[in-house]
Write a protein that binds this ligand. Structure first.
Ligand code: 1GP
Length: 242
């Protein structure tokens, strides 16, 4: 069976860089979705992430079904809550917010999600999720009631990522928060990358081709961009596939 995780590993082995476009069901207008997806499909995007910190019940499934008709890219649920889990996607990032100390976001919601996931076809990918401070309060911080890790405390960030890997997490995700003022800094990306063997995802506040390339150059295997495309989908024109 096709494994999205194995495909990620294979792409990284070939030194390919991955780009996930984050689509938040709350910020998506049905009437502009088709034209948005036309642009996305001719860009260098490799994955579609679907999720948000607060999404109305049923909206994620509706959006995933629509996206399935509009793109062949893998659709990965990036859930803010259990209600966003839908079998119609290809995979689920099983996120544990290891930068925080709220048991609900470390293990509680995971236990509560099992009745939904037990018989699922979704590929469940355990992911260590680290929120890093970016200059303003983010939705993740607000919703989870946790503090982000301090930008200057690089050793703590590295140790947290490594602990996630030792716990068996298959991806490490450095998150500055959607719409972040400062994306994750290059030195943090490169130092974390040196610590871990599993793929490194970086997201939050990346709004230009230069910032994307800088994240890749620092060691991000996959970059996640949402807000920049939401605000101006002509950004896809700068990221066209050859
Ligand atoms: C948020 O990392 C993602 O969870 C993407 O952030 O919306 O700022 O691109 P942006």
């Amino acid at each position: 069976m096709k494994s999205i995780y194995n495909e990620i590993l294979q792409a990284i082995a070939k030194e390919e860089k991955l780009l996930a476009v984050l689509i938040d069901p709350d910020n998506t207008k049905a009437e502009s979705l088709a034209s948005f997806m036309l642009k996305l499909n001719t860009s260098i995007a490799t994955h579609i992430f679907v999720g948000g910190s607060t999404v109305e019940k049923g909206e994620t499934e509706k959006l995933v079904k629509a996206l399935k008709k509009l793109s062949d890219l893998p659709i990965v649920i990036f859930p803010g809550d259990i209600s966003q889990i839908t079998n119609h996607a290809d995979a689920l990032l099983f996120l544990s917010l290891i930068s925080g100390r709220n048991p609900e976001y470390l293990i509680g919601k995971h236990v509560a999600s099992i009745s939904k996931l037990r018989n699922t076809n979704l590929e469940v990918i355990p992911t260590g999720y680290l929120l890093i401070e970016n200059g303003k309060e983010t939705a993740v911080q607000r919703v989870s009631g946790t503090e982000p890790l301090k930008r200057r405390e690089v050793q703590v960030i590295k140790d947290t990522a490594k602990a996630g890997e030792f716990l068996g997490m298959k991806l490490i995700y450095l998150e500055a928060g959607s719409g972040a003022t400062h994306p994750i800094e290059s030195n943090i990306i490169s130092e974390v990358k040196q610590q871990i063997q599993v793929p490194l995802i970086v997201g939050g506040g990346i709004r230009s081709k230069e910032a994307l390339d800088a994240a890749y150059a620092s060691g991000a295997d996959m970059v996640v961009i949402g807000t920049a495309f939401e605000e101006d989908d002509t950004f896809f024109n700068k990221l066209k596939r050859d």
